[in-house]
Design a protein around this ligand. Structure first.
Ligand code: HH2
Length: 281
């Protein structure tokens, strides 16, 4: 299976991509405030690429449970210096912008981003057209409501079936807006309007999402459902071992892209799980 992101085409038939997270925000749940300074964010981007990241995901808005929307102008104020520096210093790096705003996506694509990571799956009516025009990669994620309200709405009949139905419908909506199917990747939205049990079930049932026929991205890194399962009470940075277990499980189940904070460690976990997958084929 291929995933086309402007001039870069990833062949995911036999390969899992590791996407490194850089949040240029004061309030992200795990790295909030650490990379708000553009110089520190750029240094972090270089560090994650050196650790083996295949992609970088730059965000200017936290979407943790309870977070409020950040205006487009403020998102861009945070992202612009980092994106501009990175596209100049590492023009070959595949950079994704994590935004629900078509205005921010448009500016980021003009500055050289190759992917739009939209956790709202085209809630902004202009987003599909913006991505289609650039021929960019598009990540469509499942959630309910908004980050502010989503954790009040975590009950499902069958979470995987509902998420799969939603994602199929969003692929069709993106198609109507002109986005090529081969540019789309899908994400069940671990921790977005999900109970810990729901997040776990989605990880275990990735094959049902992969059956839609597009690459599956999993973002479980350092999320609170892991701490709920392990009983860890410390800060998110202490959830790395649990995150690696989730990364290995997702790879084993056929995920194609892993969105993570801890790139070097994840690259190793993925190597083991992918080798095991190939061993039984
Ligand atoms: N999770 C977060 C943000 N963006 N995008 C996709 N596609 N999938 C995810 O699971 C996902 C995402 C939340 O993690 P993080 O960016 O570390 O935190 P915050 O939203 O607080 O900035």
């Amino acid at each position: 299976m291929i995933w086309r992101c402007r001039d870069v085409t990833f062949d995911l038939t036999d390969r899992v991509l590791v996407m490194g997270i850089v949040n240029v925000t004061p309030d992200s749940f795990s790295d909030g405030g650490r990379y708000l300074d553009p110089g520190l964010a750029v240094a972090r981007c270089h560090e994650l690429l050196a650790e083996g990241a295949d992609l970088l995901d730059l965000g200017g808005e936290s979407t943790r449970p309870g977070s409020a929307d950040v205006p487009a102008a403020e998102q861009w104020r945070r992202l612009e210096p980092v994106l501009t520096a990175m596209t100049r210093e590492r023009p070959e790096a595949a950079i994704s912008v994590d935004t629900r705003s078509a205005e921010v996506a448009e500016l980021a694509l003009a500055a050289g981003a190759r992917i739009v990571n939209d956790v709202s799956a085209l809630a902004d009516p202009a987003m599909g057209d913006t991505v289609a025009h650039a021929g960019a990669g598009l990540i469509l994620m499942h959630m309910r409501g908004t980050p502010e309200t989503m954790q009040r709405d975590t009950a499902y009949g069958d979470v995987t079936t509902e998420v799969a139905t939603f994602l199929r419908e969003r692929v069709d909506a993106a198609g109507v807006a002109g986005v090529a199917r081969e540019c789309i990747a899908l994400d069940p939205g671990i921790g977005f309007a999900k109970s810990a049990q729901g997040s776990l079930e989605l990880l275990a049932r990735i094959p049902e999402l992969a059956a839609i026929g597009r690459p599956v991205l999993v973002g479980a890194s350092r999320k609170s459902f892991l701490a709920r399962l392990t009983g860890d009470e410390g800060p998110p940075q202490e959830r790395v071992p649990a995150s690696l277990a989730a990364a290995a499980l997702a790879t084993w189940q056929g995920a194609h892209i892993l969105r993570v904070h801890d790139v070097a460690a994840t690259v190793r976990a993925v190597k083991i799980a992918s080798a095991a997958r190939k061993a039984v084929r």
